[in-house]
Write a protein that binds this ligand. Sequence first.
Ligand code: NAP
Length: 247
Amino acid sequence: MITGASSGIGRGLALEIAARGGHLGLLARREDLLEKIVDEAKKRNVKAVFATADVRDANAVREAANHFRKKLGPIDILIANAGIGTADHAVSLTPEHAATVIGINVLGAVNSVAAVLPEMVERKRGRLVAMSSLAAYRGLAKSAAYCASKAALTAYFESLRIDLRHTGVGVTIIHPGFIKTDLTAGRHAKMPYLMELDDGVRKIVSAIEKEKKIYAFPWQLATIVRSSMLMPAAMYDWIAERNSFRE
Ligand SMILES: NC(=O)c1ccc[n+]([C@@H]2O[C@H](COP(=O)([O-])OP(=O)(O)OC[C@H]3O[C@@H](n4cnc5c(N)ncnc54)[C@H](OP(=O)(O)O)[C@@H]3O)[C@@H](O)[C@H]2O)c1
């Protein structure tokens, strides 16, 4: 089950997993795009079904998961990928905007987990995958809501990972850097180590296959970001102000 499957990373993951023989339950809001992906997946001789839902609607997500189960059988892997990326400067950031970002990026994933976890625990097998971001590690300029949402998502899934030890259900948290999708299209600020979608998708599928607990990439940017966690705040602020990834 992949949320946010209609475009970008979600679409790429769907097609890569189909090429490897996996059956697909695809969730997003844009029906026309989902229909096309289902058609493309079926050409690869796998079963694929879609459901339209807003991840903020817990009941709709549960119904979508039930639909996938009915058509395809139990859900082995959830990829909680649906998300939005927005620019927001502290001075213009509204509570409504922050609530939307956190509602989709965090609570959407929470709803998705709730729709699949009881069955996974009962079957003693399954994997929850969170599409977090390198933006989860430290606050970035003009990205308060987005960074907060990804930090929350990572912490949520990390806690789940500990609670689910010895249940047969694993957790993989993905922290991508910049990947060419609609989310990054049209941005003029620098995006170091910007990746082609196919390269990013292959790395993510490989990390899921290897059942990694955390996977941060590309390694160059992941190393820089992780090193920044050791910097004192004054030094970090000086560097982060001069290295905004948002115009
Ligand atoms: N691209 C990057 O550089 C990058 C880096 C790090 C992390 N990420 C994360 O990767 C994930 C996918 O992003 P992307 O780059 O592939 O962007 P994208 O092409 O814009 O895809 C976003 C997906 O999320 C879905 N979505 C958005 N709001 C939704 C909602 N309320 N309910 C259901 N689905 C919703 C969209 O589908 P509908 O509009 O059809 O609903 C779409 O399929 C996001 O969580 C993003 O934060 C991306």
